[in-house]
Design a protein around this ligand. Structure first.
Ligand code: IMP
Length: 176
């Protein structure tokens, strides 16, 4: 049991189990993208540890870029516009793999997908460490999923509670 700010969390998925599963995803990606040079787009801040562990086990030539997502409402029209901040690579015509820490409602991922697709890559696939299927509201295809988890709040291995806990090596779940 650990304390992060005012909340108590208990161990949920150990560092070893996370690493083992991430290694399997890396092997799958290496097989699926044999002969290609994919560009990984890691979504900051949450995906930084997942991206680091995964990339070390990817056995094919690849590149990685770390981007932040900024969403804002347009004054004139309805809907939000999502911008990928820090994306300097030209992704047109390239195979892109988005690395995300968690897909919850899927709203964020849908916006990221639209922003990436607007830059006309050859293909886009999604790798997410965690997926909460019960919370999903959007019709998006997740190509590589580390763990499906129930709709409970988790922290650690890059994920935060109010900015804290990203440094925790294991994944923890909020104690009910
Ligand atoms: P979505 O748009 O609802 O899919 O939310 C995705 C974002 O919400 C993730 O990138 C996380 O930043 C955050 N998030 C969702 N669930 C959790 C959680 O259990 N712990 C920490 N962050 C979460």
């Amino acid at each position: 049991m650990i304390q992060v700010k005012d909340k108590t969390f208990e161990t949920y998925i150990t560092e070893e189990a996370l690493r083992e599963r991430v290694n399997i995803l890396a092997r799958q990606i290496s097989e699926d993208y044999g002969g290609k040079t994919p560009l990984f787009l890691a979504i900051l801040n949450g995906a930084f540890i997942f991206a680091a562990d995964l990339l070390k086990q990817v056995a094919i030539p690849c590149e990685i870029s770390f981007v932040k997502v900024a969403s804002y409402h347009q004054m004139q029209s309805s809907g939000t516009v999502t911008e990928l901040i820090g994306l300097t690579e030209n992704i047109a015509g390239r195979p892109v793999i988005i690395l995300e820490d968690i897909v919850d409602t899927g709203i964020t991922m849908e916006q990221i997908l639209q922003a990436v697709q607007a830059k006309e890559p050859e293909s886009v696939k999604i790798a997410t460490l965690l997926f909460k299927p019960d919370a999903l509201q959007k019709n998006i295809q997740l190509d590589y999923v580390g763990f499906q988890i129930p709709s409970r709040f988790v922290v650690g291995y890059g994920l935060d509670y109010d900015g804290h806990g990203r440094n925790l090596p294991h994944l923890y779940v909020l104690k009910e």
